[in-house]
Design a binder for this molecule. Structure first.
Ligand code: PRP
Ligand code: HPA
Length: 181
């Protein structure tokens, strides 16, 4: 929404050379620390989980480790559904499903529980703070699909257009993924 975009523009801090030379890091910490900005952002993210009639059109919100957690729970409450924390490797007890990926800086893996949550056929909205190369979200899409879930869309606060995340998701194996920012 325009309100969310204005809040993000007003409160985001850009830091050159973090976490390594050549990267300009968009720090959303001040956005989340401002009550009105946080509310606007949560509302904006939740819109991607509604149908044309405004009714909730997903069964579960998946928040990506770690900053996606700040948002996923709020979006889930807004939509009246539950939330799933998609974790970095080694945080969840076995059995887990796992998907490795490359970051703008470094590599990592995401995991979800392989038991205890029925994901087959569930419609999921993925939520994260920043879409950069799209590596993290692509891994989350693959991971959730491997559990039989249907990824209805991806909602992020900020898209770093130059890094091509949206294009990568449009070419994602198993079908294009809609991105809302
Ligand atoms: C950041 C960010 C996204 C991802 C975006 O998280 O919060 O999840 O990177 O980059 P990508 O589109 O190139 O994959 P990070 O892995 O740094 O973890 P954190 O949330 O634990 O800080
Ligand atoms: N800001 C926040 N998170 C990120 C960034 C960034 O610039 N790049 C990759 N993840």
């Amino acid at each position: 929404s325009d309100t969310a975009r204005a809040a993000v523009a007003a409160h985001t801090r850009y830091v050159a050379g973090f976490p390594e030379p050549g990267v300009v890091f968009a720090d959303l910490t001040p956005v989340f620390a401002d009550g009105a900005a946080l509310a606007a952002v949560i509302d904006g993210l939740a819109a991607a989980g509604r149908g044309p009639d405004g009714a909730t059109a997903v069964d579960l919100v998946a928040g990506l480790d770690a900053r996606g957690f700040l948002l996923g729970s709020g979006v889930a409450l807004r939509l009246g559904v539950g939330t799933l924390a998609v974790r970095k490797a080694g945080k969840l007890p076995p059995p887990v499903l796992r998907e490795e990926y490359q970051l703008e800086y470094g590599s990592a893996a995401l995991e979800i529980p392989a038991e205890g949550i029925a994901l087959a056929g569930k419609r999921i909205l993925i939520v994260d703070d920043v879409l950069a190369t799209g590596g993290t979200v692509s891994a989350a899409v693959a991971l959730l699909r491997s559990a039989g879930a249907i990824v209805e869309g991806v909602s992020v606060v900020l898209e770093l257009d130059a890094l091509g995340g949206r294009a990568r998701l449009q070419e994602s194996p198993g079908g294009a993924v809609a991105v809302a920012a």
